[in-house]
Each structure stands twice: as structure tokens, then as C-alpha cells.
Design a protein around this ligand. Sequence first.
Ligand SMILES: *Cc1c(COP(=O)(O)O)cnc(C)c1O
Length: 247
Amino acid sequence: MSLMSQKLQAVHASIQAAAAAVSRRPDSVALLAVSKTFGADMVLEAIAAGQRAFGENYLQEAVAKMAAVDLALQAERGSAAETLLEWHFIGPIQSNKTRPIAENFAWVHTVEREKIAQRLSEQRPPHLPPLNICLQVNISGEASKSGMAPDQVLDAARAIIGLPRLVLRGLMAIPEPTEDLQRQHAAFRRTRELLLQLQAGLPEHAAQLDTLSMGMSADMAVAIEEGATIVRVGSAIFGQRERTIQS
Ligand SMILES: *Cc1c(COP(=O)(O)O)cnc(C)c1O
């Protein structure tokens, strides 16, 4: 078995264990493999090991990588890669960069302003299904962190659910890093409670508000115990990142 398969299996085993600990079905948690800074070769290895959903933070890097992966898969299988893979944008969004995001991704986790949502909806190509989005919430209240304040989320969601080419799926959070397990639990629990408020406040859309994107390599077990439905895992799959790239 390849090293990549072993790492993916280990992550799936952790997901299953965390889900089982709180009597959740293991298939209620999706694994998003965060491939930022890693090349198309690593993505292809993960695909060969069965992974289908990939998360990227930096637009230019992501678009180049998608093209390289596509080409390699077409050469290998003779089939279009886009039917096979699901790309998620999980990085900060500048308002002049929304079009390539709307054109190239199936999901955007990091919507933190209504204006960004409007642009994504306007720019989503008509031949593609509506773009799935999550609102990013600044759940730990850090001044420097991105995301909307928790008390702004309901109003933003009310404005965004009317946009024709988006589907509001839920919330995304990156809590302040801490070794304190209680605080980790508390931040993820607040995110879940906020989603419950949204579901109650937007009743006709409750069925589609099914997503809590939370938990990374270091804290995914706690996030799953508190209800995460997508964990975004990079280093536990691909190894430590050596370099950082700016978009
Ligand atoms: C890099 C990144 C991840 C993955 O982090 P790891 O610690 O490598 O698992 C998850 N979410 C976001 C938004 C990221 O930028």
C-alpha cells in the first residue's frame, strides 16, 4: 500500500473513532483533503488512493493545479476529471478574484461578506450547478481573524439565500488555536449552536443548511465530537508544509 493510502486510511480511522465516540455515523463526516502548497503529483496520488474532494487556499496555485490534474487524468483514464473531483475554495477572497472562484470550484467555505456572495452568484457560469457556500464565522472573536461576527450571521444568511446561483450550506470556522481541550470543544459547540439558530431562523431552507466545516489535522476529533460534517485536513495527509504561497 502506498504511503499516501496509509495516511488517508489513518485519517479515516480517526474520523471513524471520533464519530463513534459520540454515536455519529462515520459517513456523516466528509474528508476534505487540503492540498495547498502541494503539487499536482500529490493530488494525483491521493486520487489514486480514493480521495475525491480537495481544498485549496490560493487561487492561482489552485487553478494551475486543477489544470495539471485534469490533463494527467485525461491522459490516464480518457475521462474528464471534473466529473470525478470536487474542488473547495477555503482561502481568503478578494472581491476582484471572485470570477475564477465562481468558475472553478464546487464549494466556497470562506464567504464573509454579502458583497462577495453577490458577486459569486452573478459570476457562477450558467452551465454549472449552483455554487455551494458556507459563511465563515469568527467564532473565537479574535481581532485579526477573518470571518463575520456571530451576531451578523443570521442577517447575512437572510440576504444570501435569495441569490439564485448559490446554495447556502452552512458555516465554516477556524477557532483560535489552543491546547486547551475545553476551549476547543466550546468554540466548535458555539459554531454548531449558531447553525441551529440559522436553521430555526430560515425554516424553509433548513434542509440545505446541513454543513459545519470545522476541524483540521490538529483538532478534527474534537470538531467531529461537536458536529463537524466536513473536516479540512492537510498536513495529516500530505505532510508538513514547507513553504507558504501568497495568492
Ligand atoms: C491549511 C488549512 C487547513 C488544513 O490545515 P492542517 O493543519 O494542515 O490540517 C484547513 N483549513 C484551512 C482554512 C486551511 O487554510
